[in-house]
Structure formats: structure tokens, C-alpha cells
Design a protein around this ligand. Structure first.
Ligand SMILES: *[C@@H]1O[C@H](CO)[C@@H](O)[C@H](O)[C@H]1NC(C)=O
Ligand SMILES: *[C@@H]1O[C@H](CO)[C@@H](O)[C@H](O)[C@H]1NC(C)=O
Ligand SMILES: *[C@@H]1O[C@H](CO)[C@@H](O)[C@H](O)[C@H]1NC(C)=O
Length: 544
């Protein structure tokens, strides 16, 4: 494991390093050339070299950004097999990228022949990674963003794009490696913890219900984001049709994967007015201690998440840990029932990056469980990674929340959790076992309070149940949908009708869910990423 002390590069030094053609010559005086000389956020760079007689088959070039422990601490490595190497996926990490050319030595020691620092087009203080979220008040919307800046974050907003006459200031937060629970998340290195910059949040308040608002975030010193718009939340009891998006298990694997989900969702949001909210119930970036993957993930969702509120809950890959529980931001005993498979799937992050990077209403347990009312629907996002058994804090909260819903005002209840209660996915025996316990603990509440829809992920596929109760299709029951194929690698095995006859539709394919909710029906469609076709659809009727 690589260990080192994290240093912030003083601004003067950072600026000095930004001069485009600078290169540090190694013992052999190798001069490296970067093309383009300045990197775009998410871009690529080709590194070539001058005054080298001949490449050696063991030569290689590494790419780093920010402080490194030693020459084995790098982000990417390319073996030299031609007269240049290419690095891609170069997102804003708030540090200058540097390429280093090494010659592999006789006794296994590599010798540095030359280096080059490659600046980014944008300053490290540029507002990036914008995403909208809900607060507790229906006349508010919160914008969160990231940068290296310690200036007070601000937002300007208004009902037309050329008159952003309201201005608000917000606050900023960050986290350190030592704030998390255990290794490797607490390890500092190029491919482990790196300084995440600051997470800024600013609340836009006094919003008129269901109105289009234009906004821009940043401040006069650091610059402002592009102007974006969103639709404010409806008033309580509003009957306007809701159009929403839902998925789980996304991650930042190479395109198409989550990138095609994001692109299709973007088209739905911009061209088809799916602009109420987006639910992402766990397994968010799959960073698991690899800091730069969080930056990549926010670049992936930014076009969508700056246009509709992006509401997350946690999955095993954000939360599950095996030690260091005193750092757990939910401040609850970790959940390790004998029948469970709750291991170290967050690689020690234990939800710390999540609580700094996202905002949630505070009527439950912070980001871990909460509910919100949106016109005709009440949405509850719970945690399958915390104790959900009868008698637990979460179970009691869930019951009280369900009991408190005014069904004449919100005839629809949607409950989400990361793990499923109903699955016929083969090859996941441990998850199947957990699902039966989850079902036994929570299904009585679903029936008692007539929960219309349960959305889950965890299983990397799509699956829909009939209205079901205690494993049987019934006239009045909850419909369960697994929408866990937003980008993470698909399940390798099919489905078994031996596990349950209630599974009416399923497929191992990438896609996402979109829905329309009116007072008389809820229409849901599972969209395939490969062609944009609707693979499965269902219309739910009120259950009262
Ligand atoms: C580079 O070459 C070394 C040894 O020849 C090999 O072990 C390594 O996998 C290669 N790395 C990449 C990224 O191609
Ligand atoms: C919404 O519809 C219900 C049932 O038709 C009605 O009682 C209620 O007044 C409506 N709410 C608004 C704000 O129009
Ligand atoms: C299902 O709900 C409807 C509407 O409330 C009711 O009329 C019907 O009797 C219920 N069916 C069963 C089997 O309980």
C-alpha cells in the first residue's frame, strides 16, 4: 500500500506548472511534448518525445495528477510501443496532470528520462459537477458543486435566463482520508484517496411551484457555470402529472454502459420533459476508495443532474464496511446479520463521500433514509444496508412515515431500496437469501399501507413482479421492479421460474426506468440502452 502525506500545491507553484511547454529534463535530457498542450475536462492527451535516439522495449510513460508518493504511484501507465503514447479519461481533478518517461533499468530500477506538466483548460476553481437536490421545503432547490476554491459559493437564479436577479450564498465541506472507515479508502495515492476539493451547496428558496427557474452557480472570483434550468417542486396536493426517471447500479465503466444511460436520460429530460426528479437507489459511482472515479461519475451525470433533481440513496458499494465504525456518518451500529452478506463492499468509504457529495431531505436519517412528497406521490428512499428488521430505528421510522401519508393528497407511494425483496436472478444465492429476510421484515408494511411500487437494484438486470404478496400474485399488492442495469457489469446468468412464478418480465440488458404518474394511473417503462426501445411497460391503478 502506498502511503504519503497529502500536500496542497501552493497556488503560485500550480500557476508556474501551468506554462504549456514546460518540461523537466531527465538525465538523458529527454524533452516531452503534449498534444494538445492544454487538457479539456474529460479529454485526452498524446505524449511524444524529442531527442531520444531509440525507444527501448521496456520504456514506459506514467501519468499523475497532484502529489505522488513515488514513481510507482501513478494514475495511468502506457508501455512505449510506438513514438507516442495516449492517455484518455482526463477529468478535472483540481491538479496539473504530469507525464513521466521512464526507462526500465538493468537491476529492475526505472530511470526517469523526462517529464512534462500539462495544464487544464479550466482553472482548478472552476465550478464543476453541478447537481440539484431537494431540501425539506417544497419551495426550495439546492445546487451542489465542486471546485478547489475556498471562496463562498453562490447561486444566481430567476425565471428568465437573462434576469438571474436572485443571489444566494451557501457553504462548503470536504473530507480527508482519515474521515473514512478503513483501507483502501483511507490510503492516500493517485489511485486511492486524493484531495476531493470542496463540495459547495447553495439553496435557492422562495420558489413558485412548478415554474421554470434558470440558474448559474459559482462566484465572481472563480467564475460561473453555464446557465441551466429546472422545474420547481409542485405545491402540496398538486395533481399535475409527474414524469420521473429511476435506476440503480451505474458506475463509470467505459462507454456505452452508464454513458448510454445518461445520454438517453438526457434526451428524455430535454426533449420529453421527464423533469420531475431522478431516483438513483444505490451503487452510484463504484469508486470504492478510488477518488478519481467520483470526479468521473459527476462529470457523467452533470448534464442530467443540473436539469432535474438527482436523488440518491446508498448501496453496498457506498456503505458496507467491516471496521472503523466510529467514522460511519450514519452513527448507527453496522448491520451484520448471520444470514447477510454485508461485507466490505465500499472498500472502507462507509458513506463518507456520499454524505459530503449529495444532499437529502432531513426527515429520516440524513442521506441514509428519507422521504419526500412530490405532487401525487410520496417517495421513500430507505437503506437496505442498515438494520431494517422490526424493532430497528429504520423500521419504526418507515412505519411512522407510511402511517403519516395523506392518501387523498398522494394516492401513490413509491418505496426504493438498493437491495431487492423479489428476485428470480440465478447465480446470486446470498443475495436471494438476504432478499427473503428483507421481504419478511418489510412486506407486511407494504401490504398494510398499500405501497404501490418498490424500486430496487443490486441485481444487475431488470425484473418486474406482478402485484405480489407473500410470494403470490394477488389482486391488490405491491409491484416490485429491479432496475439495476444502469451501467455496472450485467449479471451473467438468467432467471429461474423455480424461484418465483410472480416474475412477469425480466432481461439481462442495460437500461433504465421512466414513469408518468397521474391521479388515476402510474405508467412505467423499462427502456433499453441499445436501441431506446421500451422493453417492458405496465400501468398501475390506485390501490386504496
Ligand atoms: C507493460 O509492460 C509490462 C512488462 O513488459 C507488462 O507487465 C505490463 O502489463 C504492461 N502494461 C501495460 C499497461 O500494457
Ligand atoms: C386534486 O384532485 C383531487 C381529486 O380530484 C381534488 O380533491 C383536489 O382538490 C385537487 N387538487 C388541486 C390542487 O386541484
Ligand atoms: C382489491 O381492492 C379493491 C379496491 O379497494 C377492492 O374492491 C377489492 O375487493 C380488493 N380485492 C381483494 C381480493 O381484496
Amino acid at each position: 500500500m502506498i502511503r504519503m502525506t497529502l500536500m496542497l500545491i501552493p497556488m503560485a507553484m500550480a500557476r508556474m506548472r501551468e506554462s504549456p511547454w514546460s518540461s523537466v529534463e531527465g538525465p538523458l535530457g529527454l524533452t516531452l511534448v503534449a498534444a494538445p498542450p492544454v487538457i479539456q475536462d474529460g479529454g485526452e492527451v498524446i505524449i511524444s518525445w524529442k531527442n531520444l535516439d531509440q525507444e527501448h522495449p521496456n520504456d514506459y510513460v506514467t501519468l499523475t495528477c497532484g502529489p505522488t508518493a513515488d514513481k510507482n504511484d501513478f494514475l495511468q501507465l502506457r508501455n512505449v510501443s510506438s513514438h507516442f503514447v495516449q492517455f484518455d479519461d482526463l477529468y478535472m481533478l483540481r491538479c496539473p496532470y504530469e507525464a513521466h518517461y521512464y526507462r526500465y533499468g538493468k537491476d529492475g530500477e526505472s530511470q526517469l528520462l523526462g517529464s512534462i506538466s500539462i495544464p487544464m483548460v479550466d482553472s482548478f476553481n472552476t465550478p464543476k459537477q453541478g447537481h440539484l437536490g431537494f431540501t425539506d421545503a417544497i419551495d426550495e432547490m439546492v445546487i451542489m458543486y465542486n471546485s478547489a476554491s475556498t471562496q463562498t459559493p453562490q447561486v444566481k437564479f430567476g425565471t428568465t435566463s437573462h434576469n438571474l436577479n436572485n443571489i444566494r450564498s451557501g457553504k462548503s465541506t470536504t473530507y480527508k482520508a482519515s474521515d473514512m472507515c478503513h483501507e483502501p479508502a483511507t490510503t492516500i495515492g493517485q489511485k486511492f484517496f486524493r484531495s476531493p476539493g470542496y463540495f459547495h451547496s447553495v439553496v435557492m428558496d422562495g420558489l413558485v411551484p412548478l415554474s421554470e427557474y434558470f440558474y448559474q452557480y459559482g462566484n465572481d472570483l472563480d467564475g460561473w457555470s453555464a446557465i441551466r434550468s429546472f422545474i420547481s417542486r409542485p405545491a402540496l396536493g398538486d395533481n399535475t402529472t409527474i414524469s420521473f426517471i429511476a435506476y440503480a447500479d451505474m458506475g463509470v465503466d467505459d462507454s456505452p454502459r452508464g454513458w448510454s444511460t445518461s445520454l438517453r436520460v438526457f434526451e428524455d429530460v430535454v426533449n420529453k420533459d421527464y423533469n420531475s426528479f431522478l431516483l438513483h437507489f444505490g451503487d452510484i459511482s463504484y469508486a470504492r476508495g478510488v477518488g478519481y472515479m467520483w470526479d468521473k461519475y459527476f462529470a457523467l451525470i452533470e448534464p442530467v443532474a443540473t436539469r432535474i433533481p438527482y436523488l440518491v440513496s446508498i448501496g453496498n458499494h457506498e456503505f458496507d464496511y467491516i471496521s472503523g465504525g466510529e467514522h460511519d456518518p450514519s452513527h448507527l451500529e453496522s448491520f451484520h446479520p448471520s444470514w447477510g452478506n454485508y461485507g466490505a463492499d465500499s472498500s472502507g468509504e462507509c458513506g463518507v463521500p456520499m454524505v459530503h457529495r449529495f444532499h437529502a431531505p432531513s426527515n429520516g436519517r440524513g442521506l441514509f433514509w428519507y422521504s419526500f412528497e412530490y405532487g401525487l406521490a410520496t417517495v421513500i428512499q430507505m437503506s437496505s444496508e442498515h438494520n431494517f428488521l422490526p424493532g430497528s430505528l429504520q423500521h419504526s421510522w418507515l412505519q411512522a412515515t407510511l402511517a403519516g401519508i395523506d392518501r387523498t393528497r398522494t394516492p401513490w407511494i413509491i418505496l426504493t431500496a438498493h437491495r431487492m425483496m423479489y428476485t428470480t436472478q440465478m447465480g446470486e444465492e446470498e443475495d436471494l437469501r438476504v432478499s427473503l429476510h428483507f421481504r419478511a421484515a418489510v412486506e407486511p408494511l407494504l401490504q398494510q399501507y398499500k405501497v404501490n411500487l418498490v424500486l430496487t437494484g443490486h441485481q444487475h438486470s431488470y425484473e418486474r413482479s406482478c402485484p405480489v404478496y407473500q410470494g403470490k400474485c394477488v389482486e391488490n399488492g405491491t409491484v416490485h421492479m429491479v432496475v439495476g442495469s444502469a451501467g455496472a457489469e450485467l449479471e451473467q446468468q438468467g432467471f429461474s421460474d423455480q424461484i418465483g412464478e410472480w416474475s412477469v418480465s425480466h432481461i439481462n440488458a442495460f437500461g433504465y426506468l421512466r414513469g408518468h404518474i397521474s391521479r388515476t394511473k402510474m405508467h412505467l417503462e423499462f427502456v433499453l440502452n441499445t436501441n431506446g426501445n421500451v422493453y417492458d411497460q405496465v400501468e398501475l391503478r390506485p390501490w386504496q
